[in-house]
Design a protein around this ligand. Structure first.
Ligand code: DGL
Length: 270
């Protein structure tokens, strides 16, 4: 039994998809979420910056006494995996379990991956899936614009701006008749309905956030490290009111009283 909270971080709102998955799998756990909104987006940063930011984000959560961390960010997971794995607490990235889940999907078509610009440029998702399923064609497409869409309050499947953006970005994947799609950026879970609406319900969506939460759940249970009172706290380096409003809308409940501010951290220019 370990009542310390689980720490979860991302550039902004995307990692909330991991919080929701954790609450479903481990409803009694205490969770501290850090949304680094002041430095959002992460997907356009350099690898050097991302490695530094990943460390700062984990240190912030460690100072708050967490027992384990989910780096709920495909971008740091694919560019700073060694920074995450050498931290002094157990850290789960969103690549390891999600590429396994993708390789195990049934279906005859190619496999699609969508993620941020930096994640796709790293080549990590595509390389790791190909290693596990060499017989499969893997098509990786950057969808950086989805991040700004969600952060600016657009995620509904019937929102014309969402539909336009989804269609423009995913047409190459629809043309290739993919059978499964990995949502390799945690923000993208909030576009699942719009994405399925465009690609069709036959295309299986694999959520990197859910896969990481599942790994965390198995790890804590196997070591008798679960425990808590189901308390979730949120902090942001950005505007508390904006974060509260957007997060509440995405999560379907008012979390405003649980949100606090964190002083934005500095990152080197290059
Ligand atoms: N949600 C993050 C990811 O999974 C970061 C998106 C961004 O800030 O560009 O990659």
């Amino acid at each position: 039994m370990d009542n310390r909270p689980i720490g979860v971080f991302d550039s902004g709102l995307g990692g909330l998809t991991a919080v929701q998955a954790l609450r479903e799998l481990l409803p009694d756990e205490n969770i501290i979420y850090f949304g680094d909104t002041a430095r959002m987006p992460y997907g356009t940063k350099t690898v050097k910056q991302l490695r530094q930011m990943a460390l700062q984000d984990m240190e912030l959560l460690a100072e708050r006494g967490v027992k384990a961390i989910i780096a709920a960010c495909g971008t740091v997971s694919s560019t700073a995996a060694d920074v995450l794995s050498s931290f002094h607490l157990p850290v789960f990235n969103v690549v390891d379990a999600s590429v396994r889940a993708m390789a195990e999907t049934q279906g005859s078509g190619p496999l699609g991956v969508i993620a941020t610009r930096a994640s796709i440029e790293s080549g990590v998702f595509k390389r790791r899936i190909t290693q596990l399923a060499p017989e499969k064609k893997v098509i990786a497409v950057p969808c950086q614009s989805f991040v700004e869409l969600i952060e600016s309050g657009h995620s509904d499947a019937d929102d014309p701006q969402v539909q336009k953006c989804v269609a423009e970005s995913l047409q190459p994947l629809r043309d290739q008749n993919i059978s499964a799609l990995l949502l390799g950026c945690t923000h993208f879970g909030y576009l699942s309905e719009a994405i399925s609406g465009y690609l069709g319900d036959d295309v299986k969506l694999v959520s990197a956030s859910y896969c990481a939460a599942k790994s965390m759940s198995s790890y804590l249970k196997a070591r008798a490290m679960t425990g808590g009172t189901g308390r979730v706290q949120y902090c942001t380096s950005g505007d508390v009111r904006d974060f509260s409003q957007n997060a509440s809308r995405l999560m379907g409940r008012n979390i405003a009283p649980l949100v606090s501010a964190v002083t934005p951290m500095e990152v080197d220019k290059l």
